[in-house]
Design a protein around this ligand. Sequence first.
Ligand SMILES: Nc1ncnc2c1ncn2[C@@H]1O[C@H](COP(=O)(O)OP(=O)(O)O)[C@@H](O)[C@H]1O
Ligand SMILES: [Mg+2]
Length: 239
Amino acid sequence: MLEVSGLTKGFGSGANRLEVLKGIDLKLKSGELVAMMGPSGCGKSTLLNIIGGLLAADSGTIDLEGRKYGLKGPSSVVDVRRHKVGWIFQDFHLLDHLSALDNVAIALDISGIPSDESEKRAADALSKVGLDDRIDHLPDQLSGGQQQRVAIARAIAGDRPLLLADEPTGNLDIASGNEILELFKELCHDETNPISILLVTHDPNLASKADRMLLLKDGKTSDSDIYSAWGDAIRGEEE
Ligand SMILES: Nc1ncnc2c1ncn2[C@@H]1O[C@H](COP(=O)(O)OP(=O)(O)O)[C@@H](O)[C@H]1O
Ligand SMILES: [Mg+2]
Protein backbone atom coordinates (compact mmCIF):
# COMPACT_ATOMS: atom_id res chain seq x y z
CA MET A 1 0.00 0.00 0.00
CA LEU A 2 3.03 2.24 0.58
CA GLU A 3 6.15 2.23 -1.55
CA VAL A 4 9.00 4.66 -0.94
CA SER A 5 11.81 4.63 -3.52
CA GLY A 6 15.17 6.38 -3.59
CA LEU A 7 14.06 9.08 -1.20
CA THR A 8 16.71 11.65 -0.24
CA LYS A 9 16.57 14.70 2.00
CA GLY A 10 19.18 17.09 3.33
CA PHE A 11 19.09 20.31 5.30
CA GLY A 12 21.14 23.49 5.02
CA SER A 13 23.61 24.54 2.34
CA GLY A 14 27.32 24.83 1.68
CA ALA A 15 29.55 23.72 4.54
CA ASN A 16 26.49 23.40 6.78
CA ARG A 17 24.74 20.97 4.45
CA LEU A 18 23.61 17.79 6.18
CA GLU A 19 22.43 14.85 4.08
CA VAL A 20 19.99 13.03 6.33
CA LEU A 21 18.20 10.54 4.08
CA LYS A 22 20.42 9.08 1.36
CA GLY A 23 18.14 6.85 -0.67
CA ILE A 24 15.36 5.30 1.37
CA ASP A 25 13.54 2.29 -0.08
CA LEU A 26 10.72 0.77 1.89
CA LYS A 27 7.39 -0.96 1.37
CA LEU A 28 4.43 -1.53 3.63
CA LYS A 29 1.62 -3.94 2.89
CA SER A 30 -1.96 -3.36 3.90
CA GLY A 31 -2.44 -4.87 7.36
CA GLU A 32 1.23 -4.64 8.29
CA LEU A 33 2.70 -3.20 11.48
CA VAL A 34 6.32 -2.24 10.80
CA ALA A 35 8.66 -0.93 13.49
CA MET A 36 11.50 1.40 12.58
CA MET A 37 14.47 1.88 14.87
CA GLY A 38 17.66 3.88 14.55
CA PRO A 39 20.00 6.15 16.49
CA SER A 40 18.83 9.59 17.62
CA GLY A 41 19.07 12.18 14.85
CA CYS A 42 19.30 9.62 12.03
CA GLY A 43 16.22 11.00 10.27
CA LYS A 44 13.30 8.89 11.47
CA SER A 45 11.01 11.86 12.09
CA THR A 46 12.17 13.48 8.86
CA LEU A 47 11.15 10.36 6.93
CA LEU A 48 7.74 10.23 8.64
CA ASN A 49 7.21 13.93 7.90
CA ILE A 50 7.86 13.34 4.21
CA ILE A 51 5.59 10.28 4.05
CA GLY A 52 2.93 12.25 5.97
CA GLY A 53 3.02 15.12 3.48
CA LEU A 54 4.44 17.69 5.89
CA LEU A 55 7.81 18.06 4.19
CA ALA A 56 9.12 17.74 0.62
CA ALA A 57 11.99 15.37 -0.19
CA ASP A 58 14.90 16.37 -2.47
CA SER A 59 14.52 13.34 -4.75
CA GLY A 60 12.71 10.02 -4.88
CA THR A 61 9.07 8.99 -4.91
CA ILE A 62 6.28 7.92 -2.60
CA ASP A 63 3.32 5.89 -3.78
CA LEU A 64 0.53 5.60 -1.22
CA GLU A 65 -2.37 3.58 -2.58
CA GLY A 66 -1.69 4.97 -6.05
CA ARG A 67 -1.28 8.59 -4.92
CA LYS A 68 2.23 9.64 -5.97
CA TYR A 69 4.04 12.46 -4.21
CA GLY A 70 7.26 13.23 -2.36
CA LEU A 71 8.84 16.28 -4.00
CA LYS A 72 5.93 18.69 -3.73
CA GLY A 73 5.52 21.10 -0.83
CA PRO A 74 2.94 20.54 1.90
CA SER A 75 0.32 22.67 0.11
CA SER A 76 0.17 20.16 -2.75
CA VAL A 77 -0.50 17.13 -0.56
CA VAL A 78 -3.46 18.36 1.48
CA ASP A 79 -5.45 15.29 0.37
CA VAL A 80 -2.77 12.96 1.72
CA ARG A 81 -2.85 14.66 5.12
CA ARG A 82 -6.65 14.83 5.28
CA HIS A 83 -7.59 11.43 3.99
CA LYS A 84 -4.69 9.02 3.89
CA VAL A 85 -2.38 9.48 6.85
CA GLY A 86 -3.11 9.67 10.58
CA TRP A 87 -0.52 10.74 13.17
CA ILE A 88 0.27 9.57 16.67
CA PHE A 89 2.88 11.44 18.71
CA GLN A 90 4.79 10.82 21.89
CA ASP A 91 2.97 13.58 23.78
CA PHE A 92 -0.61 12.78 22.64
CA HIS A 93 -1.51 16.36 21.50
CA LEU A 94 -4.98 16.29 23.04
CA LEU A 95 -6.98 19.44 23.80
CA ASP A 96 -7.15 19.74 27.61
CA HIS A 97 -10.63 21.24 27.83
CA LEU A 98 -12.40 18.79 25.54
CA SER A 99 -13.77 15.37 26.44
CA ALA A 100 -12.34 12.26 24.83
CA LEU A 101 -15.35 12.23 22.48
CA ASP A 102 -14.87 15.87 21.45
CA ASN A 103 -11.12 15.44 20.99
CA VAL A 104 -11.86 12.81 18.37
CA ALA A 105 -14.95 14.48 16.88
CA ILE A 106 -13.33 17.88 16.39
CA ALA A 107 -10.83 16.41 13.93
CA LEU A 108 -13.76 15.08 11.87
CA ASP A 109 -15.73 18.34 12.20
CA ILE A 110 -12.76 20.23 10.77
CA SER A 111 -12.64 17.94 7.76
CA GLY A 112 -16.25 18.91 6.96
CA ILE A 113 -18.27 16.02 8.40
CA PRO A 114 -21.62 17.10 9.94
CA SER A 115 -21.41 17.17 13.75
CA ASP A 116 -23.90 14.38 14.56
CA GLU A 117 -22.12 12.10 12.09
CA SER A 118 -18.70 12.99 13.51
CA GLU A 119 -19.93 12.26 17.06
CA LYS A 120 -21.12 8.86 15.95
CA ARG A 121 -17.84 8.06 14.20
CA ALA A 122 -15.85 9.37 17.17
CA ALA A 123 -17.81 7.10 19.55
CA ASP A 124 -17.16 4.12 17.25
CA ALA A 125 -13.43 4.88 17.12
CA LEU A 126 -13.25 5.23 20.92
CA SER A 127 -15.03 1.91 21.25
CA LYS A 128 -12.46 0.31 18.94
CA VAL A 129 -9.63 1.42 21.21
CA GLY A 130 -11.45 0.14 24.31
CA LEU A 131 -12.62 3.46 25.78
CA ASP A 132 -16.44 3.09 25.60
CA ASP A 133 -16.74 3.97 29.27
CA ARG A 134 -14.43 7.00 29.14
CA ILE A 135 -15.87 9.10 26.33
CA ASP A 136 -16.96 11.95 28.62
CA HIS A 137 -13.67 12.14 30.51
CA LEU A 138 -11.24 15.04 30.09
CA PRO A 139 -7.63 14.16 29.24
CA ASP A 140 -6.37 14.80 32.78
CA GLN A 141 -8.94 12.33 34.12
CA LEU A 142 -7.33 9.61 32.01
CA SER A 143 -4.08 7.69 32.43
CA GLY A 144 -1.25 8.22 29.94
CA GLY A 145 -2.12 4.98 28.18
CA GLN A 146 -5.78 6.01 27.94
CA GLN A 147 -4.83 9.45 26.59
CA GLN A 148 -2.74 7.78 23.90
CA ARG A 149 -5.76 5.59 23.06
CA VAL A 150 -7.83 8.77 22.54
CA ALA A 151 -5.11 10.03 20.17
CA ILE A 152 -5.22 6.69 18.34
CA ALA A 153 -9.02 6.91 18.08
CA ARG A 154 -8.59 10.38 16.59
CA ALA A 155 -6.08 9.04 14.08
CA ILE A 156 -8.29 6.14 12.92
CA ALA A 157 -11.66 7.95 13.03
CA GLY A 158 -11.30 9.37 9.54
CA ASP A 159 -10.74 5.92 7.99
CA ARG A 160 -7.15 6.68 7.09
CA PRO A 161 -5.30 3.66 5.69
CA LEU A 162 -1.86 4.54 7.12
CA LEU A 163 -0.90 5.58 10.63
CA LEU A 164 2.48 7.14 11.36
CA ALA A 165 3.43 6.76 15.02
CA ASP A 166 6.52 8.70 16.15
CA GLU A 167 7.69 7.18 19.45
CA PRO A 168 4.10 6.79 20.68
CA THR A 169 5.08 4.91 23.83
CA GLY A 170 7.94 7.23 24.83
CA ASN A 171 5.89 8.78 27.65
CA LEU A 172 4.26 5.55 28.85
CA ASP A 173 5.23 2.91 31.38
CA ILE A 174 6.17 -0.53 30.08
CA ALA A 175 2.76 -2.12 30.64
CA SER A 176 0.88 0.72 28.90
CA GLY A 177 3.40 0.67 26.05
CA ASN A 178 2.79 -3.03 25.54
CA GLU A 179 -0.97 -2.45 25.53
CA ILE A 180 -0.59 0.21 22.84
CA LEU A 181 1.44 -2.22 20.76
CA GLU A 182 -1.24 -4.90 21.13
CA LEU A 183 -3.86 -2.35 20.05
CA PHE A 184 -1.77 -1.46 16.98
CA LYS A 185 -1.63 -5.14 16.07
CA GLU A 186 -5.41 -5.51 16.44
CA LEU A 187 -5.98 -2.49 14.21
CA CYS A 188 -3.58 -3.73 11.53
CA HIS A 189 -4.77 -7.31 11.61
CA ASP A 190 -8.49 -6.47 11.60
CA GLU A 191 -9.74 -8.60 8.73
CA THR A 192 -12.70 -6.43 7.76
CA ASN A 193 -10.83 -3.10 7.81
CA PRO A 194 -7.06 -3.55 8.01
CA ILE A 195 -4.78 -0.52 8.23
CA SER A 196 -0.99 -0.19 8.12
CA ILE A 197 1.17 1.35 10.81
CA LEU A 198 4.73 2.62 10.58
CA LEU A 199 5.94 2.82 14.16
CA VAL A 200 9.14 4.56 15.24
CA THR A 201 10.36 3.29 18.58
CA HIS A 202 13.49 3.19 20.71
CA ASP A 203 12.29 0.09 22.49
CA PRO A 204 13.62 -3.15 20.95
CA ASN A 205 11.14 -5.22 22.96
CA LEU A 206 8.21 -3.41 21.39
CA ALA A 207 9.84 -3.42 17.96
CA SER A 208 10.31 -7.18 18.13
CA LYS A 209 6.54 -7.62 18.51
CA ALA A 210 5.79 -5.84 15.23
CA ASP A 211 5.30 -7.85 12.03
CA ARG A 212 8.65 -6.62 10.75
CA MET A 213 11.52 -4.37 11.81
CA LEU A 214 13.51 -1.83 9.84
CA LEU A 215 16.70 -0.13 10.82
CA LEU A 216 17.40 3.43 9.65
CA LYS A 217 21.10 4.12 9.78
CA ASP A 218 23.53 6.27 7.81
CA GLY A 219 20.66 7.56 5.70
CA LYS A 220 19.45 4.14 4.52
CA THR A 221 16.91 1.61 5.71
CA SER A 222 17.55 -2.09 5.99
CA ASP A 223 15.62 -5.06 7.31
CA SER A 224 16.56 -5.77 10.83
CA ASP A 225 16.28 -8.47 13.42
CA ILE A 226 15.95 -7.95 17.14
CA TYR A 227 19.67 -8.39 17.84
CA SER A 228 21.02 -5.75 15.46
CA ALA A 229 18.20 -3.38 16.41
CA TRP A 230 19.12 -3.80 20.07
CA GLY A 231 22.80 -3.09 19.36
CA ASP A 232 21.97 0.01 17.35
CA ALA A 233 19.55 1.28 19.95
CA ILE A 234 22.27 1.01 22.58
CA ARG A 235 24.87 2.70 20.37
CA GLY A 236 22.30 5.42 19.61
CA GLU A 237 21.86 6.15 23.32
CA GLU A 238 25.63 6.45 23.79
CA GLU A 239 26.04 9.14 21.12
N1 LIG B 1 14.10 21.58 9.62
C1 LIG B 1 15.36 21.17 9.83
N2 LIG B 1 16.40 21.99 9.56
C2 LIG B 1 17.67 21.58 9.74
N3 LIG B 1 18.02 20.37 10.21
C3 LIG B 1 17.03 19.51 10.51
C4 LIG B 1 15.66 19.86 10.35
N4 LIG B 1 14.89 18.81 10.74
C5 LIG B 1 15.76 17.84 11.11
N5 LIG B 1 17.03 18.26 10.98
C6 LIG B 1 18.25 17.47 11.29
O1 LIG B 1 18.13 16.24 10.59
C7 LIG B 1 18.62 15.18 11.39
C8 LIG B 1 17.54 14.13 11.57
O2 LIG B 1 16.52 14.61 12.44
P1 LIG B 1 15.26 13.75 12.84
O3 LIG B 1 14.57 13.29 11.63
O4 LIG B 1 14.46 14.54 13.80
O5 LIG B 1 15.96 12.50 13.57
P2 LIG B 1 15.31 11.35 14.48
O6 LIG B 1 13.83 11.50 14.47
O7 LIG B 1 15.80 10.08 13.89
O8 LIG B 1 15.87 11.55 15.86
C9 LIG B 1 19.10 15.79 12.69
O9 LIG B 1 20.48 16.00 12.60
C10 LIG B 1 18.36 17.11 12.74
O10 LIG B 1 19.08 18.06 13.47
MG1 LIG C 1 12.45 11.84 15.97
